[in-house]
Design a protein around this ligand. Sequence first.
Ligand code: DSN
Length: 472
Amino acid sequence: MSLNAESTAFRSALEVIRAVEPRVADAIGAELADQRESLKLIASENYASPATLLAMGNWFSDKYAEGTVGRRFYAGCQNVDTVEALAAEHARELFGASHAYVQPHSGIDANLVAFWAILADRVESPALKKAQVRQVNDLTEADWFALRRELGNQRMLGMSLDAGGHLTHGFRPNISGKMFDQRSYGTDPATGLVDYDKVAEAAREFKPLILVAGYSAYPRKVNFRILREIADSVGATFMVDMAHFAGLVAGKVFTGDFDPVPHAHIVTTTTHKSLRGPRGGMVLCGPELADQVDRGCPMVLGGPLPHVMAAKAVALAEARRPDFADYAQRIVDNAQALAEGLTRRGAKLVTGGTDNHLVLIDVTGYGLTGRQAEQALLDSGIVTNRNSVPQDPNGAWYTSGIRIGTPALTSRGLGVAEMDQTAELIHTVLSQTTSGESKAKYVLDPALADKVSKQANELLAGFPLYPAVDLG
Ligand code: DSN
């Protein structure tokens, strides 16, 4: 029997790796087997296509390419130029942006590139101007002092962590929390929704240099037109981190006021979540910030990863195909079916539902902490992650929520009928788990966990992961 191209490619790669370090080859094989068997509901994960995965495994990894297309600090970058230019072109076309910078290695990197670009563009500093025009050697000690003070004394307004905001939007565990004087906007305690009047009030009082929008655990659409008006009213630069929902923007599920690209001065994203590309980041902006954004390496980033930029070009080309819009719509249909199935069975959801790719269950309704619920679900073959809920009484470690998302299962082909079955499995586990003697301990009958695990596997059996890949 002749093998198809995907099976041949991955089998051959493993054979070559096995000849050097068999344990790595075994771990790669085991990872595929584990992923095939897990009901993956982590909202930030997905399955990239075989073409995207294969574009990363080659000699582009060997090349240094600091600089930008056609203007590198290393010789011999003509092929890197080809893939970086292709990735940027696909990104511009897909999102309707005038400039795309595809070098960031992750979402944090993309955000740091954006922060630098905004600081460099907005902070009035004679010392900074000198530094920009490469007269760094002319800077006096007093200039340096002034520069550090001016750059390090800027304000950022972003969504609070427990309302679903992200660490990189000025919170203490991330360097952005050291760089900026940060203030947060939360959500309305009654509805769980962003209260735009409150955001406007906070912006008027705080007068931020940067207003940041974007989230990793907010289950609703955000109106970027209103937020841009708020930013304009206080002279702030409006930045959107669309990492979680970039696939919904690419697939034209979020359009008009809900598409960040026409409204924000600068947009950042990862490429591996709902966008279904390789693990990496990206920045989109208009011409005003493009020059500063392009200084991302070496200002903020280490050398670009040409093999990942090649994979970004492949994944972005895939996202420009008509079937990606269908995929993006199915992500949301599935999340809504999951939310309805859970609500019907009595689960308490933050905001009462979803209009994006994720659902946040308040598991205090089941008498559990997020930590207990996460582990009980994992014992039952259901992979999720615990997450804070607004005004969380259990803090950021134990939490009171479980975040679930549909991009990965939608990639496998599961639809709304299977989401109802998934809701049944989740509800069964959570309603049969009881709290133990600490916020981490819980009691769940192992026989029930085993039964649910088998049911999860039966559900997945009809939707094979990487069906064309047979490792033998
Ligand atoms: N770690 C990602 C998530 O799970 O949402 C965000 O950075």
